[in-house]
Design a protein around this ligand. Sequence first.
Ligand SMILES: C=CC1=C(C)c2cc3[nH]c(cc4nc(cc5[nH]c(cc1n2)c(C)c5CCC(=O)O)C(CCC(=O)O)=C4C)c(C)c3C=C
Ligand SMILES: [Fe+2]
Ligand SMILES: [Fe+2]
Length: 349
Amino acid sequence: MKYTGTDNFDHQQPPRVGVLITNLGTPEAPTGKALRPYLKQFLSDPRVVEVPRLLWWFILNGIILNVRPRRSARAYQTVWTEQGSPLLVHTRDQARELGNTLEASYGDDIIVDFAMRYGEPSIDSVLQSMLDRGVRKLLVMPLYPQYSGPTTGSTFDALAADFSRRRWLPQLRFVSHYCDHPGYIAALAASIQAYRAEQGTADRLVFSYHGEPKRYLEEGDPYHCQCLKTTRLVAELLGLEEGQYTTCFQSRFGREEWLQPYTDETLKAMPGQGIKSVQVICPGFSADCLETIEEIGVENRGYFMDAGGESFGYIPCLNSSSEHIEALAQLAAENLRGWLEKPAGLFGQ
Ligand SMILES: C=CC1=C(C)c2cc3[nH]c(cc4nc(cc5[nH]c(cc1n2)c(C)c5CCC(=O)O)C(CCC(=O)O)=C4C)c(C)c3C=C
Ligand SMILES: [Fe+2]
Ligand SMILES: [Fe+2]
């Protein structure tokens, strides 16, 4: 084994602190050709699909990768922008804005960058670039507010795999979740209030989170509990009563039972229960992406309206709003203590 080192190490280079934000990743283009390697990497991750490897290899390569890339490409085409995939565009904006905010208080000692768990920019390549720029202390913040094995756990696996091939490791801190962080909860509540100030309120506020197999919860994954906690804290902050809001889970994949209640079934049933207008928010997604813009904004809107719904509003993700960047800066500052001290009075504290 040859460990990766640094060529021509510069002894004069000042040591820096790095903040790396990560998200899931996205295909290079909205085409079947680009979807195939992306889905292959994603769905081959044992953290994502916990099925015996040999059996899964045949299902993935024999069936899924022959059907899904083309189908997913059609969905991606509907959300693609001139700058690329929305998830990539928002994550890049978040890194830039967070960088500006943190540099304003910590100066040049800090470097902020972003990476994707699947596809590009890869965790390996961004880590290399940060270490080359002198990062010796690294804070990693996966932008998944609720911990789950398939997302946060898998991100840690990718970091660990990279480190296992490296000669000189940085000091490492890792944010496992921030489902109950006051800044994040306040940013969500503010986004709901701002939406309602423009559009009025609806019969029901729907909190829709990405799902995962129910088995993962039964085997100890805290994701489900953390989603319910986020909903509860936002509802408390807004003074909502039971009956004014609902939590559900979207994006089912495969035949196994996933976390319930399912978003699509919930929305299909609501008009028949007298709930004619809804506003949907997806707090588990830190950035708008295929699963929010298309799956909620188009597909699930259709289910609700076809079932007799009269008004369907989608409240956008926090993306790079100033409230979100403020919350992420607070989260970073809390986790940087002892490495870099924050001058008093910054980030609204
Ligand atoms: C196959 C199982 C999957 C699990 C478990 C899962 C968990 C999970 N995913 C997110 C966040 C995102 N998922 C996104 C897309 C996406 N997710 C799956 C499958 C699982 N996700 C697939 C196959 C896809 C690809 C799209 C498709 O082909 O339908 C995205 C969007 C990416 C984008 O480019 O826009 C996000 C974000 C979370 C938080 C989560 C937690 C349990
Ligand atoms: Fe997913
Ligand atoms: Fe989906």
